[in-house]
Every structure is written in structure tokens, then in C-alpha cells.
Ligand binder design. Sequence first.
Ligand SMILES: [Zn+2]
Length: 353
Amino acid sequence: MTLFEWQQALWQRLLADREKLPHAMLLAGPEGLGKLAFGQALAARLLCEQAPDEPGAMACGKCSSCVWLVSGNHPDFRLIQPEDGEEAGAGSEEAGEGISPQAAGRKVGQGSIRVDQIRALEDFVFVGSHRQGNRVALISPAEQMNPAWANALLKILEEPPVGVYFILVSSHWRRLLPTVLSRCRSIVFGRPDALTAQRWLSGQGIKDAGELLQLAGGAHLVAADWAEQGRLDVYRKAIEALAEKPVDPVAIAAKWAALLKAEQGFALPQLVEAVQKWVFDLAMLKIAGGCRYHEAWRIVLERLAAKASGTGLMACYNDLLRIRAVARHPLNTQLFLEDMAARYLRALATGRS
Ligand SMILES: [Zn+2]
């Protein structure tokens, strides 16, 4: 288990005095920064039976506790993951390397966490350690805990037994109950700077790391995920339809339809997002003279933006936000694509008078 280079300082600060480690920690920050992997490393360190006696040392990776943890059989560890669902998709970007969710005793269930699972957690907390050491519960994504769960957790946190640690992971921590928040020490993850992230991506053998990172809004694990799926090529094809002398909405829609058909994993919502980012950059160029996602396409963007108005582009961006909500289940995909292309072409022409 390794940490990203930019997480080292956070780790060292947190583990500087292990005696003072709080019983409840919240790892908070945007998606795609490796918070869950950090939480897993922390759990491993707390459970490890032969970690070097230095303040910032990581788990040894060799003792029986470490081996059990990796194989998913550690009796003093629980990984609690509320159901997939609304937030599906975020998980794969977060997981990183480490303990596999299934192996780690993932609670596979129906809907939100059930009462018997809460009882199981209470038993885990109050019955005592199997290995005479610490016990760790890792909850991710914590904002998906239902109220019954949050209340059970609060009750435990009022008087946590010695050696019991809760690690909560959340990308939307403002949704957590204030009472839960107030009982946790927040450890806030920031994005690595662009150069560090780009260096890391290149170090993973990823080509066009800079372009990918920009498209992913700076989230390096998202960019790595996209590289693995070959998403950059698909993305470029989706953009080409917008960039090359766009005049005919039916022709643009036909190119998109062919792309959606050919590429598994690239569906309508992803296409709308791609178009949205493109229009966002057109508007930004027009209004502020900079772009956020497509520096590599700047010359084309400038040419296109020349004939458009800032307000027209912003209106188109807002339109796309609205239609993105129905992109999962359009009544008629072909009409949806033609409509989106027509909106884009109209926005491009708003600067002509
Ligand atoms: Zn160990």
C-alpha cells in the first residue's frame, strides 16, 4: 500500500503523535483524490502488529494482521459502504489500490443499511477485539448513511471504547449531520497542483497526461481512469464534430450517433458533458480570455468564439445543464442529438448582427 506523493505531508501530520489520534476522522475533499485508499492505509496502520516504531511509519504489510486485512478476513476491521446508487461511478475513481471492497466484508444489501447491520456494528464495537489490538470501521461514502445509521454512530461516538476508530470518507461532507461532523476531526484533501499531478500520470505511462488532466478538471485519478478506458480518443472524436466547420445539425448528430454506437461506456450523459465543457470554454474565452478544459484546442476555440456572443454562449451552456438531466432517458436519442447540435450552432451565430 502506497500513498500519493502529495498525501505524504497529510499522513505525517496526522500520525505525528499516534497516541493522540482521534477516534473519529473524516477524510473530506473532492472526488478522485484517493481518499478511500488513504483511509485503507490508515486502517492498515492502526491494525498492523509490527509497524516500525516511528511516528509516520506505514503498516508493515507482512504481519498476520496486514495479511488478513488484504485478504478481507480481518476480524477487527469493517468496511461499510452504503449502497451503490445515486453516487454510482464515483467509487471506481476513488478505490485506488489496496483492500478489495468485496474481500473486506462489503455490506452488499438492499437499499440503505438495515437495522441488523447496525446491531452488527454495535457488537463489533462493544464486544471487544479479537486480536487484543485496535478495531477500525471505515465508512465510505459517509454522506450516504441514513438517519438511523447516523444516530447509531453518534451514540457510539459519545463514549467510544478504547482502541476503536472510525474513518469516514466523503466527497460531499456538507450533507453529513452537523452532530456527526462535530464529533469527527476533519482531514481535508486538496487537489495536487497540475504539474505534480501531470508528473504522476506520466509516471504511470499515460500519454497526453496534460490534456487528459485538463479535461478531467484536474482530478488525476479520474484522468487515469479515462486513460485506461481510452476515453481521450473518443472525446476528441466527439469534439471534432463541433470543431470542424460545423453548419449542419443533422450531420453533427449523425457523427455523434455513430460514436455512441461504437463506444461502449461512452453514453449520452458523457457526450452532453463533453459538449458542455466545450461550450463552457468558448464562453470563458469570450468573456475572460482563458479556457479551462481545452487548452490544446485554443486556436479552434478562438476561431469559433469570434462569431458568437458571450451571453449567447452562456445561455447555451445553461440549456445544456438543463437537458443533461434528461440525457439518461431521452424519448428519442436521434432528436435529442439534433436538438443539442442545433442549440450549439445557434449559440455560435449569436455574435452576428
Ligand atoms: Zn503489519
